[in-house]
Design a protein around this ligand. Structure first.
Ligand code: F6R
Length: 364
C-alpha cells in the first residue's frame, strides 16, 4: 500500500535514502570501504570505450554516468537514447563496454539496442531494477539497483539507485584503469556512504519546494537549467514535470541559453536551475544573471556553500546540504522530482497514472 502517503510517487520519493543505502550495501565492502563488483567475464581495465544507452529517465542517469566515466575513469564514452542507438549502426571496436540502463529490463528499444550491441561483440553490462527480466537474461553482467518495486509510472527511486550503481561502476573502472588511487577511491566512497543521511535531510526542504511549486503550477512553460552533471538533472526535472503535471518544460545546458532559448524569457516562464557549489557554480550563476537581467524569475536548487550568492539573485531557493561534487547530481535529483510531484498535486492530475503513459514500454 501507500503507507499513508497520498500517492505511490510520494512514498517512493521518500524511499530515496533507503534505496541508495541498499544499493551501496551490495557494491561497497564495509571493511575496506572499497567498491567490489561481481566477477565479470571481461576486464574493465582493457575495454577501449563505453557505449551507454537507455530511454527516458534511465537515459539521463546514463548521461550523468558519462560525465563520471570520462572525468574519473578517463574512458571514452558514446551515449544515445536507445531508439536512436538501435538504428545508428555506430562503428564499434569489439570488446567495448555496453552499458544498458533500465528499471524494468523490458523496454523494447533498450532491449533492441542491447541486441544490436551484442551482435557487434560488445560486452553487455546492464543496470536493472527487475533482475528477472528479458534484458537480464541477455546480459553478460547485471548490476542490480536495489530499489524494490516501483509502482508510480514516473520513475523516482530507481533513478537515484541507477546513479548509485553508475557511480560504483565508475570507481571500479577508474581503479582498474589506474586513474584513481587508493586515497581518491576512499574519498569518493566516503561521499557515497554519506549520501543516505544527506538525502534524508532533503525532506526538511518540503515547505520551500511547495512554495516553488505554486509558482511553477501557474506557468504554461518552464525552463530548466544546469551545467555539467547538473544538465541531466535539469533534463530529469523537465521530463518529470511534463510527465505528471502536463506543463511544458524544457531543459537546457545553461551555457547554451544565449544561443536561442534566452529569447523565450519573460516573467511568465519560470526558470528552475540546479546550481550546487561545484566547480561550475560561477559559470552557472553568470548564466542565471543573464536570465534575470531579461526579467526571468529564478527558482534555484543550491546547497549551503552556494546559498549566499544564490539568494542575491534568486526569487526563491532550496538549500540542500553541501556534498562532494561527485555525488551532487544524485542529491540534487531528489528536490527536482519533489517539485514535479508537488506541482502535479496542485494541478490535481492522476499523479501515479499520468495519461497516455505506461510503466513499461514494451513496444517500439
Ligand atoms: C520517466 C520514466 C520513463 C522511463 C523510461 C525507461 O519518469 O519513467 O522515462 O524512465 O520509459 O524505462 P525503463 O527504465 O523501464 O527502461
Amino acid at each position: 500500500g501507500k503507507d499513508g502517503y497520498r500517492h505511490y510517487m510520494e512514498k517512493e520519493l521518500h524511499e530515496h535514502p533507503l534505496v541508495i543505502g541498499q544499493t551501496l550495501q551490495r557494491l561497497v565492502d564495509p571493511a575496506s570501504r572499497t567498491v567490489v563488483l561481481p566477477d565479470m567475464p571481461f576486464d574493465l581495465a582493457s575495454v577501449p570505450r563505453a557505449v551507454i544507452t537507455a530511454c527516458g529517465s534511465a537515459f539521463y542517469a546514463g548521461m550523468i554516468g558519462r560525465y563520471w566515466l570520462e572525468d574519473i575513469a578517463r574512458l571514452p564514452v558514446d551515449i544515445d537514447v536507445a531508439s536512436e542507438m538501435r538504428y545508428r549502426n555506430p562503428p564499434l571496436t569489439s570488446g567495448s563496454l555496453g552499458v544498458l540502463v533500465s528499471q524494468s529490463g523490458e523496454t523494447a528499444d533498450t532491449l533492441a539496442a542491447l541486441r544490436s550491441l551484442r551482435e557487434k561483440a560488445v560486452h553487455i553490462l546492464s543496470i536493472l531494477n527487475v533482475e528477472q527480466s528479458t534484458m537480464a537474461r541477455e546480459s553478460a553482467v547485471v548490476l542490480g539497483t536495489v530499489a524494490g518495486p516501483e509502482i508510480s509510472v514516473a520513475s523516482t527511486k530507481a533513478f537515484t539507485a541507477q546513479l548509485t550503481v553508475l557511480a560504483c561502476l565508475t570507481i571500479a573502472t577508474a581503479r582498474a584503469r589506474g586513474t584513481l588511487d587508493t586515497a581518491g577511491e576512499e574519498a569518493l566512497v566516503a561521499a557515497l556512504l554519506d549520501l543516505p543521511s544527506r538525502a534524508a535531510d532533503v525532506f526538511t526542504s518540503g515547505d520551500a519546494i511547495r512554495r516553488m511549486a505554486r509558482v511553477v503550477a501557474e506557468a504554461r512553460d518552464v525552463l530548466y537549467l544546469g551545467r555539467g552533471s547538473m544538465f541531466p538533472v535539469a533534463m530529469e526535472g523537465a521530463l518529470k514535470l511534463k510527465e505528471i503535471s502536463y506543463i511544458h518544460a524544457e531543459a537546457y545546458a545553461a551555457g547554451e541559453m544565449k544561443h536561442g532559448p534566452i529569447s523565450l524569457i519573460d516573467r511568465t516562464v519560470p526558470i528552475v536551475a540546479s546550481a550546487p557549489y561545484t566547480p561550475l557554480f560561477d559559470k552557472t550563476l553568470s548564466n542565471l544573471q543573464e536570465a534575470k537581467a531579461r526579467g526571468g524569475r529564478l527558482l534555484v536548487f543550491t546547497d549551503t556553500k552556494g546559498a549566499d550568492r544564490v539568494s542575491a539573485i534568486a526569487e526563491d531557493m532550496v538549500v540542500l546540504p553541501h556534498v562532494h561534487d561527485f555525488v551532487a547530481p544524485i542529491l540534487q535529483t531528489i528536490p527536482v522530482q519533489m517539485l514535479a510531484y508537488e506541482v502535479a498535486v496542485l494541478k490535481g492530475t492522476d499523479v501515479d497514472q499520468p495519461r497516455n503513459l505506461a510503466k513499461s514500454v514494451t513496444v517500439e
